[in-house]
Design a protein around this ligand. Structure first.
Ligand SMILES: CC(C)(COP(=O)(O)OP(=O)(O)OC[C@H]1O[C@@H](n2cnc3c(N)ncnc32)[C@H](O)[C@@H]1OP(=O)(O)O)[C@@H](O)C(=O)NCCC(=O)NCCS
Length: 231
Protein backbone atom coordinates (compact mmCIF):
# COMPACT_ATOMS: atom_id res chain seq x y z
CA UNK A 1 0.00 0.00 0.00
CA UNK A 2 1.42 3.36 -1.01
CA UNK A 3 0.38 6.14 1.31
CA UNK A 4 1.13 9.79 0.73
CA UNK A 5 2.63 11.20 3.88
CA UNK A 6 4.06 14.70 3.83
CA UNK A 7 7.22 15.16 5.90
CA UNK A 8 6.60 16.87 9.23
CA UNK A 9 7.89 20.42 9.39
CA UNK A 10 11.63 20.60 8.89
CA UNK A 11 13.70 21.05 12.05
CA UNK A 12 17.43 21.41 12.34
CA UNK A 13 17.88 19.40 15.53
CA UNK A 14 15.99 18.59 18.73
CA UNK A 15 18.57 20.54 20.68
CA UNK A 16 17.74 23.57 18.58
CA UNK A 17 14.04 22.92 18.86
CA UNK A 18 14.28 22.91 22.66
CA UNK A 19 14.78 26.63 22.30
CA UNK A 20 11.89 27.14 19.92
CA UNK A 21 9.02 25.37 18.19
CA UNK A 22 9.03 21.76 17.12
CA UNK A 23 6.96 19.35 15.09
CA UNK A 24 7.04 17.13 18.15
CA UNK A 25 5.10 19.69 20.09
CA UNK A 26 2.00 18.68 18.14
CA UNK A 27 1.82 15.42 20.09
CA UNK A 28 -0.01 15.69 23.40
CA UNK A 29 -0.16 13.14 26.15
CA UNK A 30 -2.55 10.44 25.20
CA UNK A 31 -4.46 12.53 22.64
CA UNK A 32 -4.60 11.73 18.96
CA UNK A 33 -3.13 14.55 17.00
CA UNK A 34 -4.54 14.47 13.49
CA UNK A 35 -2.26 16.06 10.96
CA UNK A 36 -2.67 17.13 7.37
CA UNK A 37 -0.05 14.51 6.42
CA UNK A 38 -2.47 11.64 7.01
CA UNK A 39 -0.49 10.46 10.03
CA UNK A 40 -1.41 10.97 13.69
CA UNK A 41 1.16 10.93 16.47
CA UNK A 42 0.41 10.29 20.10
CA UNK A 43 1.96 9.12 23.33
CA UNK A 44 1.75 5.50 24.44
CA UNK A 45 -1.36 5.10 26.58
CA UNK A 46 -1.42 1.75 28.36
CA UNK A 47 -1.18 -2.02 27.83
CA UNK A 48 -3.80 -1.76 25.09
CA UNK A 49 -0.98 -0.29 22.93
CA UNK A 50 1.51 -3.02 23.84
CA UNK A 51 0.65 -5.48 21.05
CA UNK A 52 0.97 -2.74 18.40
CA UNK A 53 4.36 -1.67 19.76
CA UNK A 54 5.62 -5.26 19.81
CA UNK A 55 4.33 -6.04 16.31
CA UNK A 56 6.01 -3.01 14.77
CA UNK A 57 9.33 -3.66 16.46
CA UNK A 58 9.44 -7.45 16.17
CA UNK A 59 8.88 -7.13 12.42
CA UNK A 60 11.86 -4.90 11.88
CA UNK A 61 14.59 -4.84 14.49
CA UNK A 62 17.27 -7.50 14.29
CA UNK A 63 17.43 -8.05 18.06
CA UNK A 64 14.67 -10.17 19.62
CA UNK A 65 13.06 -8.57 22.69
CA UNK A 66 11.00 -10.34 25.33
CA UNK A 67 7.72 -9.01 26.62
CA UNK A 68 9.55 -8.23 29.88
CA UNK A 69 11.88 -5.88 28.03
CA UNK A 70 8.94 -4.07 26.43
CA UNK A 71 7.16 -3.78 29.78
CA UNK A 72 10.35 -2.55 31.46
CA UNK A 73 10.45 0.41 29.09
CA UNK A 74 6.75 1.07 28.63
CA UNK A 75 5.63 0.76 32.25
CA UNK A 76 8.44 2.95 33.56
CA UNK A 77 8.66 5.59 30.82
CA UNK A 78 5.30 5.67 28.98
CA UNK A 79 5.84 9.41 28.44
CA UNK A 80 8.88 8.57 26.28
CA UNK A 81 7.08 6.24 23.89
CA UNK A 82 5.22 7.62 20.85
CA UNK A 83 3.15 5.88 18.21
CA UNK A 84 2.24 6.96 14.71
CA UNK A 85 -1.03 5.84 13.11
CA UNK A 86 -2.16 5.94 9.51
CA UNK A 87 -5.35 8.00 9.55
CA UNK A 88 -6.94 6.23 6.60
CA UNK A 89 -6.64 2.70 8.02
CA UNK A 90 -6.24 3.52 11.72
CA UNK A 91 -3.28 1.12 11.75
CA UNK A 92 -0.11 1.80 13.77
CA UNK A 93 2.80 2.49 11.42
CA UNK A 94 5.66 3.76 13.58
CA UNK A 95 6.94 3.73 17.14
CA UNK A 96 9.75 5.00 19.33
CA UNK A 97 10.55 3.50 22.75
CA UNK A 98 12.94 5.16 25.22
CA UNK A 99 14.00 5.49 28.81
CA UNK A 100 15.69 8.09 30.96
CA UNK A 101 17.79 7.71 34.09
CA UNK A 102 20.84 8.99 35.90
CA UNK A 103 23.99 7.86 34.14
CA UNK A 104 26.95 6.94 36.38
CA UNK A 105 25.48 9.00 39.20
CA UNK A 106 25.91 12.19 37.20
CA UNK A 107 23.93 13.20 34.16
CA UNK A 108 20.26 12.57 33.56
CA UNK A 109 20.51 10.71 30.27
CA UNK A 110 17.80 9.81 27.82
CA UNK A 111 18.20 6.56 25.92
CA UNK A 112 16.49 5.90 22.61
CA UNK A 113 16.05 2.13 22.64
CA UNK A 114 13.87 1.32 19.63
CA UNK A 115 12.71 3.27 16.60
CA UNK A 116 10.77 1.64 13.79
CA UNK A 117 8.69 2.85 10.88
CA UNK A 118 6.62 0.38 8.86
CA UNK A 119 8.38 -0.21 5.50
CA UNK A 120 5.42 1.17 3.55
CA UNK A 121 5.74 4.55 5.28
CA UNK A 122 9.48 5.12 5.20
CA UNK A 123 11.31 8.04 3.68
CA UNK A 124 8.58 10.54 4.53
CA UNK A 125 9.88 12.02 7.77
CA UNK A 126 8.08 9.79 10.27
CA UNK A 127 11.21 8.30 11.79
CA UNK A 128 12.73 11.68 12.50
CA UNK A 129 9.37 13.05 13.74
CA UNK A 130 9.05 10.20 16.26
CA UNK A 131 12.66 10.60 17.41
CA UNK A 132 12.15 14.35 17.86
CA UNK A 133 9.01 13.77 19.93
CA UNK A 134 10.89 11.45 22.26
CA UNK A 135 13.84 13.81 22.55
CA UNK A 136 11.56 16.75 23.27
CA UNK A 137 9.91 14.75 26.08
CA UNK A 138 13.38 13.96 27.45
CA UNK A 139 14.30 17.64 27.38
CA UNK A 140 11.09 18.44 29.25
CA UNK A 141 12.07 15.79 31.80
CA UNK A 142 15.42 17.49 32.38
CA UNK A 143 17.72 15.24 30.33
CA UNK A 144 21.17 16.59 29.55
CA UNK A 145 22.05 14.16 26.79
CA UNK A 146 20.59 11.34 24.72
CA UNK A 147 22.40 8.13 23.82
CA UNK A 148 21.59 5.20 21.55
CA UNK A 149 23.22 2.40 19.63
CA UNK A 150 22.85 1.77 15.92
CA UNK A 151 24.31 -1.02 13.81
CA UNK A 152 27.33 0.19 11.84
CA UNK A 153 25.69 -1.13 8.67
CA UNK A 154 22.41 0.72 9.28
CA UNK A 155 23.16 3.65 6.99
CA UNK A 156 19.56 4.92 6.98
CA UNK A 157 19.30 5.15 10.77
CA UNK A 158 22.82 6.62 11.05
CA UNK A 159 21.90 9.32 8.52
CA UNK A 160 18.68 10.06 10.39
CA UNK A 161 20.46 10.45 13.73
CA UNK A 162 23.25 12.53 12.19
CA UNK A 163 20.62 14.90 10.78
CA UNK A 164 19.20 15.25 14.30
CA UNK A 165 22.60 16.29 15.66
CA UNK A 166 23.89 12.99 17.12
CA UNK A 167 27.62 12.40 17.01
CA UNK A 168 29.57 9.13 17.20
CA UNK A 169 30.88 8.43 20.69
CA UNK A 170 32.39 4.96 20.35
CA UNK A 171 32.32 1.73 18.37
CA UNK A 172 31.05 -1.31 20.28
CA UNK A 173 32.54 -4.51 18.90
CA UNK A 174 30.21 -7.45 18.27
CA UNK A 175 27.45 -5.62 20.12
CA UNK A 176 24.59 -7.42 18.38
CA UNK A 177 23.66 -11.09 18.43
CA UNK A 178 24.37 -11.09 14.70
CA UNK A 179 28.01 -10.37 15.55
CA UNK A 180 27.81 -6.89 14.04
CA UNK A 181 29.35 -3.83 15.64
CA UNK A 182 27.36 -0.84 16.85
CA UNK A 183 28.09 2.84 17.04
CA UNK A 184 27.15 4.51 20.31
CA UNK A 185 25.72 7.88 19.34
CA UNK A 186 25.19 10.86 21.62
CA UNK A 187 23.28 14.09 21.45
CA UNK A 188 24.15 16.84 23.91
CA UNK A 189 21.10 18.82 24.97
CA UNK A 190 20.95 22.42 26.09
CA UNK A 191 20.86 22.75 29.88
CA UNK A 192 17.22 23.53 30.73
CA UNK A 193 16.31 25.19 34.08
CA UNK A 194 15.14 21.78 35.33
CA UNK A 195 18.44 20.10 34.42
CA UNK A 196 20.40 23.02 35.89
CA UNK A 197 18.48 22.80 39.19
CA UNK A 198 19.00 19.03 39.39
CA UNK A 199 22.73 19.41 38.76
CA UNK A 200 23.01 22.13 41.42
CA UNK A 201 21.18 20.04 44.04
CA UNK A 202 23.42 17.06 43.32
CA UNK A 203 26.54 19.18 43.64
CA UNK A 204 25.32 20.66 46.93
CA UNK A 205 24.47 17.22 48.27
CA UNK A 206 27.93 15.90 47.42
CA UNK A 207 29.72 18.90 48.90
CA UNK A 208 27.36 19.10 51.87
CA UNK A 209 26.85 22.84 51.60
CA UNK A 210 23.55 24.57 52.14
CA UNK A 211 22.25 25.83 48.83
CA UNK A 212 22.61 29.53 49.58
CA UNK A 213 26.19 29.21 50.86
CA UNK A 214 29.04 29.10 48.37
CA UNK A 215 31.72 26.50 49.13
CA UNK A 216 34.36 29.19 49.44
CA UNK A 217 32.31 31.09 52.08
CA UNK A 218 31.69 27.91 54.00
CA UNK A 219 35.36 26.99 54.01
CA UNK A 220 36.21 30.46 55.30
CA UNK A 221 33.58 30.18 58.05
CA UNK A 222 34.87 26.76 59.11
CA UNK A 223 38.43 28.02 59.12
CA UNK A 224 37.47 31.02 61.27
CA UNK A 225 35.65 28.79 63.78
CA UNK A 226 38.67 26.51 63.97
CA UNK A 227 41.00 29.45 64.58
CA UNK A 228 38.71 30.76 67.35
CA UNK A 229 38.82 27.32 69.05
CA UNK A 230 42.63 27.28 68.96
CA UNK A 231 42.81 30.82 70.36
C1 LIG B 1 15.51 4.02 10.35
C2 LIG B 1 14.03 4.32 10.14
C3 LIG B 1 13.32 4.44 11.47
C4 LIG B 1 13.89 5.64 9.34
O1 LIG B 1 12.51 5.97 9.26
P1 LIG B 1 12.00 6.95 8.10
O2 LIG B 1 10.62 7.39 8.46
O3 LIG B 1 12.17 6.32 6.79
O4 LIG B 1 13.03 8.14 8.24
P2 LIG B 1 12.82 9.64 7.77
O5 LIG B 1 11.95 9.68 6.55
O6 LIG B 1 12.41 10.45 8.93
O7 LIG B 1 14.30 10.03 7.34
C5 LIG B 1 14.98 11.11 7.92
C6 LIG B 1 16.37 11.16 7.35
O8 LIG B 1 17.09 9.97 7.67
C7 LIG B 1 17.91 9.59 6.56
N1 LIG B 1 17.46 8.30 6.07
C8 LIG B 1 16.39 7.58 6.50
N2 LIG B 1 16.35 6.40 5.85
C9 LIG B 1 17.38 6.38 4.99
C10 LIG B 1 17.90 5.44 4.08
N3 LIG B 1 17.30 4.24 3.90
N4 LIG B 1 19.02 5.72 3.39
C11 LIG B 1 19.63 6.90 3.58
N5 LIG B 1 19.21 7.85 4.42
C12 LIG B 1 18.11 7.60 5.12
C13 LIG B 1 17.78 10.67 5.54
O9 LIG B 1 18.78 11.62 5.79
C14 LIG B 1 16.43 11.25 5.84
O10 LIG B 1 16.31 12.59 5.48
P3 LIG B 1 15.87 12.97 3.96
O11 LIG B 1 14.65 12.18 3.67
O12 LIG B 1 15.64 14.43 4.05
O13 LIG B 1 17.02 12.57 3.10
C15 LIG B 1 13.36 3.18 9.27
O14 LIG B 1 14.12 2.99 8.11
C16 LIG B 1 13.25 1.87 9.99
O15 LIG B 1 12.25 1.62 10.68
N6 LIG B 1 14.26 0.98 9.85
C17 LIG B 1 14.24 -0.33 10.51
C18 LIG B 1 14.45 -0.22 12.00
C19 LIG B 1 15.71 0.51 12.34
O16 LIG B 1 16.76 0.31 11.74
N7 LIG B 1 15.60 1.39 13.36
C20 LIG B 1 16.74 2.17 13.86
C21 LIG B 1 17.41 1.39 14.94
S1 LIG B 1 18.77 2.30 15.61
Amino acid sequence: MAVAVAPPEAEASPAASARGGNAASTAHSGDDTPSSSGISYRQYRDESDLAAVMDLIDNDLSEPYSIFTYRYFLASWPQLCFLAHDNSSGQPCGVVVCKMDVHRGKQLRGYLAMLVVDKRFRGKGMGSALARMAIKAMIEGGAEEVALEAEVTNTGALALYRALGFIRDKRLHRYYLSGNDAFRLKLQLPLTPLAFERRKKEKDAILGFPEEMEPADSAVAEGAAHEAEIA
